[in-house]
Design a protein around this ligand. Structure first.
Ligand code: CAA
Length: 379
């Protein structure tokens, strides 16, 4: 068993670390405050090859492994989870889905600009009345011969207004429930497709989250992904990898807050010595470090399984369940270590605490992860 990263993986991690410090950190508080999308930084992430990390170079991807991907997610998320969620959605939910299940023509037309980072994509599954219960899709896709007619609303869509390519899950045949669901590629600007107002969120406030409305939107038949009725399976397979990315995001948020807490504890003096020399604080740091390391092992294991071509459904859900809990617990403790300073924006930890919460909600709540894990262990 090897716990060492390769030379290439270490270099990629360093590149992500440098980028986060130099490009994401300046302005991160302001972007959070004003809900400003990190457009310039996302463009740079594309140029670095971080938006199509695991895609085959023949489709403009970087051809890297899932371990490299989680390393990048972890480093970016230490500083700015609003930027890292773009990386996660584009890599795991959009590029992966198109590369694994799209037709050659779809890959040429849609995957190539997405993997090159020239465009970003969005994954549209959640609805006002179908979040966890993903089979109960209300958005309909009526088969009209050479096209489908889409009608419905999608909620909480990451990259909602900034994406160019949208993967939309819709119900074609309600009687068949999940077997009647399809996934479609919808281009921005298609008549009848409109973007609702931006959500005003607790955390990841720089990310671009919207509802989307589809009103008699014509989608050419060649934009359906896979065979008729493949959409639910497509969504599940895609989300499996997405959960590893979000687990890495949660790990990064926790590690970022922990690093700030350690630095502060060494600098801040109380009762005549640095607070890190008081056991009340030192033991908190020990607990945080242990939790983060345990989360890291689960995240890397899930990514490693994916790289080996082995099943990773259970491992991905375990990583997300655990790392998102660690993100929540560690960020709360990091605020506590900072005392009053932790409660003000300049010290970053309150933002990380707010950002942590979404990792227990999107790409399947913690309860959904427990459902997936329990089904696997009881098989
Ligand atoms: N891989 C392949 N197939 C799968 C699968 C998987 N991981 N999970 C389920 N399926 C198949 C099942 O085999 C079954 O097919 P058959 O009938 O042919 O055997 C079919 O799908 C239905 O499965 P279930 O009976 O298990 O379905 P269910 O209604 O009980 O739901 C669920 C399963 C796990 C709860 C699923 O609905 C789920 O994952 N829900 C959460 C959805 C989610 O994660 N949403 C996040 C939104 S995206 C997002 O947040 C992105 C963003 O912007 C950041």
């Amino acid at each position: 068993m090897h716990f060492e990263l390769s030379e290439e993986q270490r270099m990629i991690r360093q590149a992500a670390r440098d980028f986060a410090q130099q490009e994401l950190k300046p302005g991160v508080i302001e972007r959070d405050e004003h809900q400003k999308f990190p457009a310039e930084q996302v463009k740079q992430l594309g140029e670095l090859g971080f938006l199509g990390m695991m895609v085959d170079p023949k489709y403009n991807g970087s051809g890297l492994d899932a371990i490299s991907y989680v390393l990048v997610m972890e480093e970016l998320s230490k500083i700015d989870a609003s930027a890292s969620v773009v990386v996660s959605v584009n890599n795991s939910l959009v590029c992966y889905g198109l590369e694994a299940f799209g037709s050659e023509a779809q890959k040429e037309k849609y995957l190539k600009p997405l993997a090159a980072g020239e465009q970003i994509g969005a994954f549209c599954l959640s609805e006002p009345e179908a979040g966890s219960d993903a089979t109960s899709q209300r958005t309909t896709a009526e088969d009209k011969g050479d096209y489908y007619l889409l009608n419905g609303t999608k909620n909480w869509i990451t990259n909602g207004s900034t994406a160019s390519t949208y993967i939309v899950i819709a119900q074609t045949n309600p009687e068949l429930r999940h077997k009647g669901i399809n996934a479609f590629i919808v281009e921005k600007g298609t008549p009848g497709f409109t973007v609702g107002p931006k959500e005003n969120k607790l955390g990841i406030r720089g990310s671009d989250t919207h509802s989307l409305m589809f009103n008699d939107v014509r989608v050419p038949k060649e934009n359906r992904i896979g065979e008729d009725g493949f959409g639910f399976r497509f969504a599940m397979k895609t989300l499996e990898g997405g959960r590893i990315g979000i687990a890495a995001q949660a790990l990064g948020i926790a590690a970022g807050a922990y690093e700030l807490a350690v630095r502060y504890a060494k600098e801040r003096k109380a009762f005549g010595k640095p607070i890190s020399e008081h056991q009340a604080i030192a033991f908190k740091l020990a607990d945080m470090a242990t939790q983060i390391e345990a989360a890291r092992m689960l995240v890397y294991k899930a990514a490693w399984l994916k790289d080996q071509g082995l099943p990773y459904t259970e491992a991905g859900s375990m990583a997300k369940l655990f790392a998102s809990k660690v993100a929540m617990d560690v960020t709360v403790e990091a605020v506590q270590v900072h005392g009053g300073y932790g409660f003000v924006k300049e010290y970053h930890v309150e933002r990380l605490m707010r950002d942590a919460k979404i990792t227990q909600i999107y790409e399947g709540t913690s309860e959904i992860q427990k459902l997936v894990i329990s089904r696997e262990v009881l098989k």
